[in-house]
Design a protein around this ligand. Sequence first.
Ligand code: AVI
Length: 355
Amino acid sequence: MNALMPAAALSLLSPNGFPDDVPDGVRDRVPGNVPDDVIDDVIGDVPDDVPDDVINGLCAERKHLPCRLLYDDLGAALFDQICGVEEYYPTRAELALLGDHLPHLAATVGARARILEPGSGTGHKTRLLLSAMQAPACYVPIDVSATQLADNAESLRREFPDLEVLPVCGDYLAPLRLPTPARSFDATLVFFPGSTIGNFHPDEACTFLARLADLAEPGGWLLLGADANTDEDSLLRAYDDEAGVTAAFNLNVLSHLNRSHAATFDPAAFLHRAVWNAAHSRVEMHLVSRRRQVVQVAGRAIGFERGEAIVTEHCYKHSAPALTAMLHRAGWSVKETYPDAQRRMTLWLARTTTR
Ligand code: AVI
């Protein structure tokens, strides 16, 4: 991803706006009910516990699953492919903006910055940023996956021998102790590209941005990439590409559940659908049941009507005024914005306000 970023960031998210209608007894799983042949088919570990949000989401009136399920290893690889498909414009647009504006942005932030990146920062964008910054004091990727962090830190150290790379394994919504770099730093820059802010519910996005403001400390900077496109046609193409990469990415959630939660989904019995929800300014990723069916998930029987959908992800497209207000509420003041020619993808440079 920043193929790995969403794995970290999205593990903190939950789809929102869904009814909190957990039927009685949902928490009383009966692991012994998982048939033996299902267990035998499972590749990988059958977890001792299935997270409540998975079972609750599948038992809700409007079925939904946490979007972190999109980002197992295969999902991360498929997301990388999405970034290269013709119809998925955000990655290309953001790379072009970074190419055009990073020299100026880096000069504005100044030398000796401590750079924080929620997510592993494996990608091209991290490298562009690190190359543009003047004598950065250190680079601190923050992720929940220790293995990814270690791998990425090793390659970055090879590529940027003068850079101190200080990976932090943890959940960046919880209090984090950041390491002290060997060199002193003049300010903190938080880098959060990729429009991943759109995968948070707006309230969660605001909480998350406020957390970043705390990490950045007074006088700190935020460089954020966000998509504001509301043109339905181009969005539906971007989220349902002709080659079917996004469909494979979405359907992989079901295979992921089969592998990790002893589920019995037949991915061929579902289809991918992207929906533009104008009232909420978001694209929704759905998995639609092709027929009436019953699926086992960790011993629970989950029934589907033909045409019934599971919502797997929300991709909010915040307007510039909405994002400005959200940043402001979270303790940031917007200093500069760089939209692309179509005013879709935009780079935002913000600075912490004293709250
Ligand atoms: C990771 N995130 C910013 C992507 C997006 O556009 O919301 C995830 C994605 N889902 C389908 N295509 C891409």
